[in-house]
Design a protein. Structure first.
Length: 118
């Protein structure tokens, strides 16, 4: 089975040159991304499809698939949204570093309840 990154890459490869350019433009528009950070133009302007996948994963972590879906819908590329129907999205609004912090806090809390070291 393909990984989410591989599916994202295959999806971007399905976009023609102009649509790929438009996809990257949407990633730069903070107001379009509904609370997710935009990717600076300087990082995207020379990015090929593989670079774009890597930048998206670095920026959106577990929300990469959600952001991809949002952009594809804005572009009226609903047929490509179907590429992600089998991928389970992780909770919204959380970046990996936030989830890591939550887990660390839970572990600390459990250890203190059990009399372990904090």
């Amino acid at each position: 089975m393909a990984t989410p990154k591989q599916i994202l890459l295959m999806t971007l490869e399905d976009l023609g040159a102009e649509d790929f350019k438009k996809f990257k433009w949407f990633l730069q528009q903070k107001e379009v991304l509904e609370g997710f950070p935009s990717i600076p133009r300087t990082r995207l302007e020379n990015a090929d499809r593989m670079d774009t996948v890597d930048l998206m994963v670095q920026t959106y972590c577990i929300n990469t698939i959600k952001v991809t879906r949002m952009v594809l819908v804005k572009m009226n590329q609903n047929d490509l949204v179907e590429n992600f129907t089998d991928i389970i999205s992780v909770p919204t609004g959380k970046l990996w570093r936030d989830l890591k912090w939550d887990v660390t806090e839970i572990l600390r809390s459990d250890q203190s309840k059990e009399g372990g070291l904090v």
